[in-house]
Design a protein around this ligand. Structure first.
Ligand SMILES: [Zn+2]
Ligand SMILES: [Zn+2]
Length: 454
């Protein structure tokens, strides 16, 4: 019965299984019921998650339909979708709602933020797409506020999606402050909240599978982050969630190589913000050769001298030090060696249940050196932090990861400089590309007059 209620609501909510009945229940005139997994020219396709990779489809004799049934393993954690499962799907764009004004944010935008904000507003008015390329620490959330207010005034439904759960949580907090009079829902795996016609939805891209033709404005924050950068089916999901007419605004500090080229040549509509709001250039990473540091550590049970010297040079000033390392496995061993220099050391990685507490202690100055994997490459702002990457030439440290890591330094106006050093055993192409990207942003920032002279 519950499932029947679900589809009798005239909402743009899809991705719901409907029971197999002799007489199919009625769906709103703008929706239809369709098979969840269907055979196409390329093989099977899952119409909830967009997966077309045949390795994720399995067949088995089905007790429901009494025949051989194929199901999708790509999205199975959201409930099993098979060739005999039906989905409620919106066919038509959701209609415009009542116009509202809700923006209560009274902060001031820097000239470079203002210019980007205006471009966001006109993209929304003209129903075009936009890539917003803003360096780490540019203040990109504020650049969205006016655009979202414009969309609400036009009666549009707004969604801000991101690949990362921690970004959802952070954004919800900031949007609830900026738009205090309207209800905003946060959707992610494990969230207690449910969508019920909210005008602003903040969600992981995964949860977009539950929507179709539902949002006139879709913002995708951290568009280059995992898994959105790799999982192409999520691009299909995002496309389907937006209305046919509307705007998709993609936000990133580190676009893919292809997007960078298209943006720099002006081949895609884009807004570039190469300068931080505090008008100081991005700290440029230094490269330092450190030899075979793994062998050294094994032999001496200590950090290589170059890294020891770098850490001890920063310890007296008591500034927080990030030490990025390539693997989870090595992080605790490296922590042990750093501990010989200062007891105020900790390490974190994605599987560490105390991760949030440790980052909080680091913020408070109770921990001076935080050994971390790429898990903290983005999203974390620690005032006056100094940054080292050990094994910067290893595969995990892509151009985008290295730019994001360097972007942790110098974010605060009073501590706008910061030391960023990549320790390597033979510099990689990605390291060079990362440094070039940072140098290019600084150059553009100066040319635009958005940075104070050196
Ligand atoms: Zn699927
Ligand atoms: Zn079946």
């Amino acid at each position: 019965m519950e499932q029947l209620n679900e589809i009798s609501k005239p909402k743009s909510y899809i991705g719901r299984k409907v029971p197999l009945l002799k007489n199919q229940p009625e769906v709103p005139s703008t929706s239809k019921i369709q098979q969840a997994v269907m055979k196409t020219e390329k093989g099977y396709k899952c119409f909830r998650c967009g997966n077309e990779d045949q390795r994720y489809f399995y067949s088995h004799p089905c007790a429901w339909c009494h025949s051989e049934c194929t199901y999708c393993r790509k999205c199975i954690n959201m409930g099993k979708m098979t060739t005999c499962t039906k989905l409620v799907v919106n066919e038509e764009d959701v209609i415009l709602k009542e116009p509202i004004s809700a923006l209560a944010w009274s902060g001031e935008l820097s000239p470079q933020q203002k210019e980007a904000s205006n471009q966001v507003v006109s993209a929304i008015k003209n129903e075009t797409n936009l890539l917003l390329w803003a360096v780490c620490g540019a203040g990109k959330t504020e650049m969205l506020f006016q655009g979202i207010e414009t969309a609400l005034q036009q009666g549009k439904n707004v969604c801000i999606a991101t690949p990362r759960v921690d970004v959802v949580i952070e954004l919800v907090h900031r949007f609830r402050q900026a738009f205090p009079t309207i209800s905003i829902v946060a959707l992610y795996g494990g969230s207690e909240e449910k969508w019920d016609g909210h005008r602003i939805v903040i969600t992981t891209v995964h949860q977009l599978m539950s929507f179709r033709r539902a949002f006139h404005l879709l913002v995708i924050d951290e568009v280059d982050a995992f898994p959105y950068n790799i999982e192409k089916h999520l691009h299909w999901v995002a496309n389907e969630a937006r209305t046919v007419k509307g705007s998709t605004i993609q936000l990133t500090a580190t676009p893919s190589v292809k997007q960078q080229q298209l943006a720099l040549k002006g081949k895609i509509p884009n807004a570039m913000v190469p300068a931080r709001f505090h008008r100081q250039p991005l700290p440029v990473p230094r490269f330092q050769w450190i030899g075979n540091w793994r062998n050294y550590m094994k032999k001496h049970e200590a950090l290589p001298p170059a890294l020891t010297n770098w850490i001890t040079s920063h310890l007296p000033s008591k500034c927080p030090i990030f030490l990025f390392v390539p693997t989870i496995k090595e992080s605790s061993l490296i922590e042990e060696y750093v501990r010989k220099l200062t007891p105020l050391t900790a390490s974190v990685h994605s599987e560490d249940p105390e991760r949030h507490e440790k980052v909080a202690s680091f913020r408070k100055g109770e921990i001076l050196v935080l050994v971390t994997t790429t898990i903290l490459e983005r999203g974390v702002t620690i005032v006056n932090s100094q940054i080292a990457v050990l094994g910067a030439d290893e595969e995990i440290f892509t151009e985008s990861a290295l730019v994001q890591i360097a972007g942790r330094a110098g974010r605060h106006p009073q501590f706008a400089k910061g030391d960023v050093i990549y320790f390597h055993h033979g510099k990689s192409e990605e390291m060079v590309k990362a440094r070039n990207q940072i140098l290019l942003m600084n150059k553009l920032g100066f040319e635009k007059g958005w940075l104070d002279s050196k």
